[in-house]
Each structure stands twice: as C-alpha cells, then as structure tokens.
Design a binder for this molecule. Structure first.
Ligand code: P6P
Length: 341
C-alpha cells in the first residue's frame, strides 16, 4: 500500500523545495483546519440547529444563512492569531477585517467566500468554501480595501473545499493543482490527486438555462449550437449539469472536464450589475485553479485574472473550464463586439 501524504507533509515538502514560503504554508494549513470545522458544522444539518436564515443580509443584500455567518466566524477566528495575515476580506463583510492588534501581522491577504452556494444548504446539496491569497503590499501594516484590489495574476495561492459526500480540498500555489480528501477518522486532509488536468475538449456544459431569454446574442448562439447536438454545427450531442453551487460545478469540471458559464444577462444589467459572481473571492481563485489545471477562464471578453479590480465585491461574468470550449464561446462574444475578425 502506498504511503499516504498528508496536507502538512505536502506543504512542508513544497516549502523545502522553495515553492512556497513558511508563512504561506502555515496560512494554507490554518485555512484547511478551519474548513474541517465548517465541514463538521454543515454536516450536522438540522441536528445542529444551523439551517435556515440568520435574519441578516450580506453586503449584496442577499439573505445570509446561519451557516454563512458561522463559517465566516470560523475562518476569521482561525486566522486571527497565527501571524501569517495582515487582513481578511469576505463575501459576508462589507470591508476588510484587519488582524487584531493583540496579534502579530503577516505578509498575506486572505479573501474568501466562506460558504458558497449556501442557498443549497437547506436542501442538502453540496456547498463549499472558496479562498484566494494575495501578498500584502510591502510596507503596509494596516491593509485597506485598496491593498486587496490586485489582479488575479497576483494570487500566490487559491483553493476551495467542497462539502459533499466527502470533504475535498483542491489547492494551487502556482505549481499545478492537487486534491486532498478529509480522512475523518484521523482528522487530516490526505493527498488523493496531484497535477490535475482538465481535458481541452468536453461534451458537458453547466449554465442556468432559465436565464436563456435574457442572454446576449453570442451566448444564445453558442448554447444554441450545443443544444442542436448532432444535427447542428457542432456535430455532436452535449450533456448539461447545473448544481447552482459554483464549488460543486467547478469540482466536477476539475474532475472530468466540462465548461461553466454565468454570463451577463438582461436581468443582471437591468439591475446595474456587471455580473452575478464575485471577482475577488469566486472568479479569481477558481480561474487560478482552472488555468493551473490547463483550462481557461474568461468573462467572455477578457481573461478573468487580468482584470484590474475596482471594488472588493465587484461582479463579473464567468466562462471557465475546458480550454477549447471557453475559447469558442469567448470568440463568439468578441466577434459580436466586432473586436475580433
Ligand atoms: P443561480 C450561489 O449562490 C452562486 O453564487 C454560485 O455558487 C452558483 O454558481 C450561482 O450563484 C447560482 O446562481 O442564479 O443559478 O441561483
């Protein structure tokens, strides 16, 4: 039987190989430990008295689930005292939270969606935590929102934990993508896949079809061709999946390929918004992971990781997954804009 490698051993080896710093390896270990606690909380369901709404709204005016608030608190408390962070930012908090003065500050900024897909909690569908790590600008001890507004190419690590039939951590720090499975008997994340790659082609797409009548013309064209199957220009049939939990949909793509879309639509632009999903703690970390696995991630018009952020909770369209499909859908949008021959 091959010797199992725990997350902490994997991180120590990466530090020894100078692929990450000691501070970053501590940060990742602390986040993973916090996610073990979130896994326990979500796993209790009704027995834990943690289902339903918290009675408050997040910064986007969305009703917060009790587990949104609990998960956010778990991540903040776990990261407060280790000396690896200057500040945290979260979907659940309007402004960044600095590390308390009682504790030493580190050189990293941590952003997270503590419980993405939480609308699925009450119907027992997989949810997850998404996190992104940036360097705190040199000389900054009291990080402000402006210090977080770095493009996705500046990320030094990104990951997600999916709380499904098993609890899985998928992680990159720019040297490929690895998957760890939580062994509940020993309480450790154990390496179960390394150097994950996404096939360039796929026969499976993920999109919320109920928005079809609101999509832009190039999105109508692209999805119409997939639905036309063997009788259409693509000459093959496609399958569709939509969990409505980004972490679960992205993990399926990381595992077997596929392409995920949350495009602009008239409902979104009608509200004056620039997308549904958040750039800093959903799109950027997922884009980093997908690109490190050989996939692609655009807004339909530009590479997600090259966007220069203008706001901590900025929203963007997301096209990500199997490279060749992302490129076709993106090309249709650029052709429609007249910016690509
Ligand atoms: P819709 C969950 O609320 C989320 O932010 C993502 O996890 C998910 O992909 C998307 O929204 C689902 O949106 O409009 O299908 O409910």
């Amino acid at each position: 039987m091959t010797k199992s490698i725990s997350l902490i051993q994997f991180l120590i080896e990466a530090k020894r190989a100078e692929r990450i710093t000691g501070e970053l390896s501590l940060l990742i270990e602390v986040v993973a430990r916090a996610c073990k606690r979130i896994s326990v909380a979500t796993g209790k369901g009704a027995l834990g008295g943690v289902l339903g709404n918290a009675g408050s709204d997040n910064v986007q005016g969305e009703a917060q689930k009790k587990l949104d608030v609990i998960s956010n608190e778990i991540l903040l408390e776990a990261n407060a005292w280790g000396g690896h962070l200057a500040a945290c930012a979260s979907e659940e908090m309007e402004d960044p939270q600095p590390i308390p003065d009682a504790y030493p500050k580190g050189h990293h900024l941590l952003l997270f969606d503590p419980l993405d897909g939480s609308s699925n909690i009450d119907v027992n569908v997989s949810v997850g935590t998404i996190f992104s790590v940036l360097r705190c600008p040199d000389g900054v001890t009291e990080a402000t929102t402006a210090d977080f507004l770095q493009p996705g190419t500046e990320q030094v690590a990104a990951g997600y934990v999916v709380y499904g039939p098993s609890t899985l951590l998928v992680l990159t720090f720019g040297h490929g993508v690895s998957e760890f499975t939580l062994d509940r008997e020993i309480g450790s994340f154990i390496l179960t896949k390394r150097d994950i790659t996404i096939p360039a082609d796929t026969g499976e797409f993920a999109i919320n079809m109920s928005n079809q009548r609101h999509w832009e013309a190039p999105m109508q064209r692209y999805v119409g061709e997939l639905l036309a199957g063997t009788e259409g220009p693509r000459g093959r049939d496609f399958n569709m999946r939509w969990v409505a939990s980004m972490v679960a949909d992205v993990h399926r793509i990381i595992t077997r390929g596929g392409v995920f879309f949350y495009p602009l639509d008239a409902k979104i632009t009608g509200k004056g918004a620039t997308g549904k999903l958040r750039l800093m703690y959903e799109a950027n970390p997922m884009a980093f992971i997908v690109e490190q696995a050989g996939g692609a991630a655009t807004t339909g018009r530009e590479r997600i990781m090259e966007i220069r952020p203008t706001g901590l909770h900025q929203r963007v369209p997301v096209f990500l997954g199997s490279k060749n499909e992302v490129e076709i859908a993106t090309r249709y949008h650029l052709e429609a804009d007249g910016t690509r021959g």
